[in-house]
Design a protein around this ligand. Structure first.
Ligand code: AMP
Length: 428
């Protein structure tokens, strides 16, 4: 049996890889506009970083981690997300003592052992941002405005932004009591998972997807009504800023982050119509995280977007940009003896920043033309006896099918001009 990619993983092949590159590029550009710089961290970390930084009570840590022992018996884990790694890097390099806030973006593969389905993989990719060092609600608003900017930049105009405030540990405790008192009379009707959650962390009952739990908790007390005055004001300022920038959002009482280090703003972005896994991104403030992994008491906020789901959404909205991914110029060699001349031309074009390729499969002239056409090169250059002897190249424009002879000495400027002309014609 031939070896296949492991379940829940997949290959990104050309020309589809172009769509990935284009999306990565757009997201990085927007992050740059807001003053974020890239951080790259190891793919694996010490297991306890995630146990503490993501939380042992979460599904990610309790069920989904790819954990292994290395040859010296250390427990390591393939990163299931990047926030904990960013916080670890911040502490390790004492960046909290430098210029604040620290504004980072990251991009890369994450690993979670979950049941694969459409939009859910075991190796998937996230683009995310983290800001450390500021408690200002204006940072929350900036992060939210940036996420919307990113969606627009990649061409996703139909999305739903859900937001809520989970307050601080003290207002959340008062809410926890109120929620427990509300759930207590019917806790036996909840799903087995939720019956456990009630004991450990009743807030997590609110985001259970089981229908019976959703029905049972209808009319539950709202976190919003339990916020202390500081947290209420923080949330109000975030909402006010979003409204004044015409950012559409829905307040969502059921959006909660169970762990203690999450504070204030929590949000999720959904794209209707991409299936059960409709969340393309999520994030929030986590003022207690850095301290929870033994760092200074430094606030933070961030989000992560799932690349696979963004691409799925783009495909469904019909806006995915299918670049041909081919080269601009194909150099067709009429007789094998002119191959070296063709290579000189190729290198000259490439050195001038023009992408170029030739045949490497001993194709006859006609088959080379077919190949050039299929690979959607914009121009085909012919190198044959007449051309080499008389010092010119024949250029066929594959868009308008016109053919011209160009003196060899004028090659680069003439090709540049033709490509430019084609681009303009296509843009019209
Ligand atoms: P989270 O880190 O769980 O808040 O997830 C942030 C985003 O990453 C989600 O909204 C998804 O778009 C994406 N994501 C999370 N888990 C997976 C997965 N197993 N497969 C594909 N995308 C995922």
């Amino acid at each position: 049996m031939p070896i296949k990619a492991p379940r829940g993983t997949y290959d990104i092949l050309p020309p589809n890889s172009r769509n990935w590159q284009a999306m990565e590029q757009s997201l990085k550009e927007v992050a740059g506009l807001y003053g974020y710089q890239e951080i790259r961290t190891p793919i694996f970390e010490h297991t306890e970083l995630f146990e503490r930084g993501v939380g042992e009570g979460t599904d990610i840590v309790s069920k989904e981690m790819y954990t292994f022992f290395d040859k010296s018996g250390r427990s390591l884990t393939l990163r299931p997300e990047m926030t904990a790694s960013c916080a670890r890097a911040l502490i390790e390099h004492s960046l909290h003592t430098g210029l604040l806030p620290v504004k980072w973006f990251y991009y890369g593969p994450m690993f979670r052992y979950d049941r694969p389905q459409s939009g859910r993989y075991r190796q998937f990719h996230q683009f995310g941002v983290e800001v450390f060092g500021s408690t200002s609600p204006m940072v929350d608003a900036e992060v939210l405005m940036m996420v919307v900017h990113m969606l627009q930049a990649i061409g996703l105009s139909e999305y739903r932004l859900h937001i809520n405030s989970v307050g601080c540990p003290s207002c959340r405790e008062s809410y926890r009591q109120a929620l427990l008192a509300f759930i207590d009379p019917f806790s036996k009707e909840l799903c087995p998972d939720c019956q456990q959650r009630v004991q450990q962390n009743p807030l997590r009952v609110l985001d259970c997807k089981e229908e019976r739990c959703r029905q049972a908790i209808k009319g539950h007390p709202r976190l919003l009504d339990h916020l202390c005055s500081n947290c209420a004001e923080h949330y109000q300022r975030v909402c006010h800023t979003l409204l004044s920038h015409n950012i559409c959002f829905e307040h969502d009482d059921q959006l909660v982050r169970g762990l203690d280090y999450y504070t204030n703003t929590a949000f999720e972005i959904h794209i209707p119509g991409i299936g059960a896994q409709s969340a393309v991104g999520g994030g929030g403030r986590y003022n207690g995280l850095v301290k929870a992994i033994e760092g200074p008491d430094l606030p933070g906020i961030g989000f992560a977007l799932g690349m696979e789901r963004l691409l799925l959404a783009l495909e469904q909205q019909g806006t995915v940009n299918r670049g041909n991914g081919g080269v601009e110029v194909f150099v067709a060699v009429m007789e094998a003896q002119y191959e070296e001349e063709a290579v000189i031309i190729l290198q000259q074009l490439r050195a001038a920043g023009i992408s170029a390729d030739k045949d490497y499969m001993d194709r006859k002239a006609k088959a080379q033309m077919k190949y050039a056409d299929k690979s959607r090169a914009a121009l085909v250059l012919f190198v044959g006896a007449d051309e080499v002897k008389q010092g010119f190249v024949t250029v066929r424009n594959m868009i308008d099918k016109e053919q011209v002879a160009i003196p060899r000495v004028d090659l680069v400027p003439a090709i540049t001009k033709l490509l430019h002309h084609n681009e303009e014609a296509q843009a019209q």
